[in-house]
Design a protein around this ligand. Structure first.
Ligand code: UDP
Length: 324
């Protein structure tokens, strides 16, 4: 049975992936420094004898090397994430996202292990060619705006991963994840759905930024981790880039309305100007929707969970875990 290493395995997506792989019967190793991940995300997995966790930074090279050596495949998910965190801590973003990937690729190449680099739809930046396709040109903002450090650092990871594939024959593929949501995602780093759900459940205003006409397409974390595993298992995916997401679009204003309706909350929408929402270095992306034709053709990927169902599951999660 496959032995999988997940960097960032105590994070939101990483912990769902760990659970998914364990359910398939795989042996799962994770490494996480609990900077944005949480031990609570993996508490329920600790009982499983096929689950192994190391709480350490992956910059600790001997530990990372040993873990990569013991596993067959590497899902590299450890990264600085969340727009709020990124605009507030660009140094951390750049260093975590580039150095971590350098080390993963160096050791995966030495040990000849297949790697998925979790990249992001953020790399499409402000492109207005909707939906976004893997071969599109990318349109990033200026470097004095900290937000773009995230896209830029992830792009460097993509370049490095593809370079390892071409120059060294290391089987590396890139997964560009679009807005992914589900239980255990925290609103602490700015993500809109957990924020809106928490606001609605506590009866406070729903903070829609600007005019709320920004468009996003949200996918359920369970759909995403299933796609990651299939891309890993498929023999012809190395050296390629795949969008993974759910192309069902929604404006942020309508999202707020759905959250109010599904929670039965008395909350009202408060339109917040960007200047009051974020510190300097923020710039929004107007519209972001994936073209998922490529991943559909390769592994038959079909997102199964609709936006309303995602919202219901997130609402239930916050109701059951009031303190998260
Ligand atoms: N947003 C909002 N209110 C919030 C948090 C976010 O209106 O309290 C908006 C944000 O400006 C963006 C969208 O929701 O247009 C999605 O934001 P998020 O940070 O979740 O992800 P992004 O797609 O920007 O990476």
């Amino acid at each position: 049975m496959t032995k999988a290493l997940i960097t960032g395995g105590a994070g939101f997506i990483g912990s769902h992936l760990a659970e998914y792989l364990l359910n398939l019967g795989q042996e799962v190793y994770i490494i996480d420094d609990l900077s944005t991940g949480s031990i609570y995300n993996i508490q329920h997995l600790k009982e499983n004898p096929r689950f192994h966790y190391v709480i350490d930074t992956m910059m600790h090279e001997p530990v990372l090397a040993e873990l990569i050596d013991s596993c067959d495949v590497v899902y590299h998910l450890a990264a600085a994430v969340g727009v709020r965190l990124i605009v507030e801590s660009p140094i951390r973003t750049i260093e975590t996202n580039t150095k971590g990937t350098e080390l993963v690729l160096k050791w995966a190449a030495k040990k000849k292990k297949k790697v998925i680099i979790a990249s992001t739809s953020e790399v499409y930046g402000k492109s207005t060619k909707i939906p976004f396709t893997e071969t599109d040109d990318l349109l990033l903002g200026p470097s004095y705006k900290g937000r773009w450090s995230y896209a830029c650092s992830k792009l460097l990871d993509e370049f490095l991963g593809l370079a390892y594939y071409r120059e060294m024959g290391t089987p590396v593929l890139v997964a560009r994840l679009f807005n992914t949501v589900g239980p255990r995602q925290t609103g602490q780093y700015g993500m809109v759905i957990p924020r809106f759900v928490k606001q609605a459940l506590s009866g406070s205003h729903i903070t829609v930024y600007d005019d709320g006409q920004m468009v996003r397409a949200f996918s359920y974390v369970g759909d995403i981790v299933g796609a990651l595993e299939k891309l890993m298992a498929h023999p012809d995916t190395a050296g390629k880039i795949y969008n993974i997401g759910n192309p069902e679009p929604v404006t942020i204003e309508n999202l707020a309305r759905r959250v109010i309706e599904l929670t039965g909350s008395k909350s009202t929408i408060e339109y917040v100007p960007y200047i009051n929402a974020y510190t300097e270095g923020f710039e929004d992306i107007r519209e972001r929707v994936p073209d998922i034709t490529k991943v559909q053709k390769m592994i038959g990927f079909e997102p199964k969970v609709s936006l309303d169902e995602i919202l219901r599951r997130v609402i239930d999660h916050f109701r059951d875990n009031e303190n998260v």
